[in-house]
Unconditional design. Structure first.
Lengths: 128, 128
DNA sequence: TCTTGACTTGGAGTTGACTCCAGAGGATAT
DNA sequence: ATATCCTCTGGAGTCAACTCCAAGTCAAGA
């Protein structure tokens, strides 16, 4: 697959794909005889994984480390698991925080519903 | 309240507090005769709101707009509600995305559990 | 053969959100 | 009174994560 195809498939710019490769967030992609990238299925999986994890807010640094560990082979399985657990826990915490903020926003919006109603009816704004 | 107190109370640096005020993310804080900030309770509520919304990932730009609308008075109630609904929906979408990534991480971690077990037992890695 | 267009690289520029700094003014402690 | 703090301002610097650019290569079409 060419970079254009991968770019379209995962909705990531070509620049971002080259950037991810350069910094080691995805593995090095093979080139044909004229030096042009040819993404394998395996490469694509990494692209997709990177995109997914980045969208969830995992830091690039951490994902680089994960790939580096992966490329060192089976000796690093325990370390990789550790890393994933750590990130999983961070993510879960962030989700919880965001959920409580979501609730707060819902509450605020409800208050606005009320206030609009009150204004429409020409009523007094309730105290406090 | 002084900036030091507010800074400690909400765990935001003094620089961040001054920055937030400068860009209009919190209202202008009154100064005493020697020009030093004296935060009111109202100011603190805005600081807390800003911190909460920022932690959930709402963009500074949007929060600046919200405060600007708020300061324009009741004419902007409808616009503020719109803004909040829009942000609420974005937030809900991000949470969902993150939740599915969380599940994916959990799955991956389980796989690692298995693989560690298999290595410990000296068994063959299962195909694929 | 000449041009067009996709691709390459290395490096510079941008954006959002802070974070730090220098220089100056008051207030407090010795 | 001098030193030490805390605060002020305006502006510069930093960091993560891209994003853009210039100069060059190569293959394919008119």
């Amino acid at each position: 697959m060419t970079i254009t195809e991968v770019s379209k498939k995962y909705d990531l710019s070509q620049d971002t794909l080259r950037y991810y490769e350069r910094i080691g967030l995805i593995p090095g992609v093979n080139r044909n005889k004229s030096g042009i990238r040819d993404y394998t299925n395996e490469d694509c999986k990494w692209v997709e994984f990177a995109k997914c994890m980045r969208s969830a807010g995992l830091a690039i640094e951490v994902l680089i480390e994960y790939l580096a560990l992966f490329e060192q082979g089976d000796e690093t399985i325990a370390a990789r698991k550790e890393l994933l657990i750590e990130q999983r826990n961070r993510l879960a915490a962030r989700i919880e925080e965001m959920q409580s903020t979501l609730k707060r926003l819902d509450g605020k919006i409800q208050t606005y519903d009320q206030s609009v109603l009150i204004r429409e009816k020409g009523l007094q704004w309730p105290k406090e």
